[in-house]
Design a protein around this ligand. Structure first.
Ligand SMILES: CCCCCCC/C=C/C(=O)SCCNC(=O)CCNC(=O)[C@H](O)C(C)(C)COP(=O)(O)OP(=O)(O)OC[C@H]1O[C@@H](n2cnc3c(N)ncnc32)[C@H](O)[C@@H]1OP(=O)(O)O
Length: 316
């Protein structure tokens, strides 16, 4: 059974389907894993160094897979602030898919190649002054990235080595465990309301799964950004570590998680996340339409413009 599960794993959906004997992807967890886009041969350059394989199809993302340990390191590398553009989101989904399909991969550490910023969240320029079709395509890519990361059957650990607002916080919350550099200058949280926009239900559900209903309600309404210490206090981050040790601590934590038999951990993870994933899958198209309608409104475009202008002002 264990071997069968491991060999057939294609994200949490397949994992629970095999475990429960459910034949129909549509009635199970993650039906939307797109095999049509997998593998994208030709777009991916492979380099081999001993047991570490590097692959990426973009300079905005690097993925190093160590066949010996079964651990991949996924580094966001989209200067200046690792904002999640359509291109980066697409590469992330493809990269996660690739790791999911790699039988020697058991865990992923997600981190940033840039010091001080984990990710600034969604690229606001993708949500401003564009045609509706672009908004639809962008939002589908945001959903896809979330489905792949939140629905991953691998152990996922966020090594948060800098600030992580909004979509950056969402990515970290999708992971199984979060370590953050203890630098008080950094902050993390879902600050959408401060931009005059509203985090959708699946952002909310992801946060509720991490910190519970009350903290989520307060955090979302006020668009709260937490310092690393505060984030630990509310449970948004599991622990803080000295800045220079974030990555090594993530490796040590990963080793702990990998001691658990994959099939048991995967089925448990799937059980915990199934309802949330199903919720988005059932409403995927209407969620895209909602986003495109909402973001196209003049009042929302004005809010985003004002927010970006304020961001460009010299910092006090
Ligand atoms: C039904 C409707 C649903 C709608 C839901 C939408 C959900 C949205 C989710 C999101 O993720 S929205 C994005 C929210 N992100 C933020 O609010 C972060 C804003 N950025 C910052 O707070 C800071 O930039 C930083 C990340 C803390 C880094 O600070 P630092 O001082 O190091 O750099 P800056 O000088 O501020 O920025 C450099 C450069 O980058 C631009 N920039 C920053 N963030 C973004 C971004 N998210 N998207 C696009 N561009 C960004 C910033 O404007 C600067 O540009 P230039 O001035 O150099 O041109």
């Amino acid at each position: 059974m264990a071997a069968l599960l491991l060999r057939t794993s294609r994200g949490l959906g397949a994992c629970l389907r095999v475990a429960t004997g459910c034949p129909s992807p549509s009635s199970c967890v993650v039906a939307a894993w797109s095999s049509a886009r997998w593998p994208r041969e030709g777009a991916v350059a492979w380099r081999t160094h001993a047991q570490v394989r590097h692959y990426s199809s973009s300079d905005k993302l690097s993925i190093d897979m160590d066949d010996k340990t079964g651990v991949a390191v996924l580094k966001l590398s989209n200067p200046p602030v690792n904002s999640l553009s359509l291109e980066l989101l697409t590469e992330l989904a493809i990269g996660l898919d690739k790791l999911e399909m790699n039988p020697s991969c058991r865990g992923v550490i997600m981190t940033s190649a840039h010091p001080h910023i984990f990710s600034a969240g969604l690229d606001v320029s993708e949500m401003m002054g564009k045609p509706t079709e672009h908004y639809r395509e962008f939002w589908r890519a945001v959903q896809e990235m979330w489905l792949k990361l939140y629905g991953s059957s691998l152990v996922t650990i966020a090594a948060i080595n800098g600030s992580s607002p909004a979509g950056g916080c969402l990515m970290a919350m999708c992971c199984d465990y979060r370590l953050m550099a203890d630098n008080p200058k950094y902050s993390i949280g879902l600050n959408e309301t401060k931009l005059g926009i509203v985090a959708p239900f699946w952002f909310r559900d992801t946060m509720m799964g991490v910190v519970g209903t009350r903290v989520t309600e307060r955090s979302l309404q006020l668009g709260l950004m937490y310092s690393p210490a505060e984030a630990v206090h509310v449970g948004l981050v599991d622990r803080t570590v000295p800045e220079e040790t974030v990555f090594e601590e993530a490796r040590t934590e990963m080793a702990r998680w990998l001691k658990i038999p994959d099939h048991a951990r995967q089925i448990t993870k799937s059980m915990m996340r199934k309802t949330t994933i199903d919720h988005l899958l059932a409403q995927r198209d209407s969620d895209i339409s909602n986003f495109a309608n909402f973001i196209s409104k003049d009042s929302i475009q004005k809010s985003l413009t004002a927010y970006m202008q304020a961001l460009r002002q010299p910092k006090k």
